[in-house]
Design a protein around this ligand. Sequence first.
Ligand code: ADP
Ligand code: ADP
Length: 226
Amino acid sequence: MTLSLSSVAKTYGDGTRALNPTDLEINPGEIISLLGPSGCGKTTLLRLIAGLEVPDNGANIRFGDEDVTRLPVEKRNVGMVFQSYALFPNMSVRDNIGYGLKMQRLPRAEIQSRVDEVIALCRLEPYANRAITALSGGQRQRVALARAFAPRPRLMLLDEPLSALDAALRLELRDELAALLRQFGTTVIFVTHDQDEALAIADRVAVMEGGKIRQIGTPEELYRNP
Ligand code: ADP
Ligand code: ADP
């Protein structure tokens, strides 16, 4: 599924122009990073794609052939992981991951097999029955990813997924996250203000500034033309 944005812009209710009209095409399975300083519009762009914000008139957002511009968030089939993972602290890893699937009223056996699958992929078997409060920051990050991938979203949106972690752990988990995302094979859009993180994880990096994409390219292209 190709994700196509055309003239996607956002002016908030107080008049803030957070995003100027933006065109962007993302290929199936591609991992794109939105890179830029605080306030440049990264989160707004992510929230527009998720359906958490309504774009200004004239915008068009398509998943493949499907126009999702006016679809509510729950109909877009996107997964999301934010900086604060918002896991249920006293529930087990397994119950956290299965929670959204239960809401979808999938059959028990199907829930079981999907939960087992993402637990294995995220290497969470040893902790499956532990409460979230008994996990480290890195383990919680993996649970948040597993939970987001369990419903098999067609698009995964990550907003600073490593930023809750200390510097050493961030570095350690960066390569692990890149490998894990490629294993799932889902299209990913990944917000960060950390250039090294963007270059290490993404196939292409969109460099944002003042509510605009200033340049976009592979890490190699951006290194050659900084
Ligand atoms: P909308 O365009 O959806 O009407 P609003 O301006 O009503 O957006 O704001 C929605 C929410 O975002 C409110 O809860 C508000 O407190 C919060 N908010 C307002 N200004 C900012 C800002 N500059 N940065 C982040 N959040 C903000
Ligand atoms: P980033 O994710 O790059 O830090 P944002 O997309 O959160 O940037 O914000 C872009 C601009 O829009 C900023 O000027 C921010 O203050 C403003 N903004 C974000 N959310 C709201 C809101 N709900 N209402 C009004 N202004 C907002």
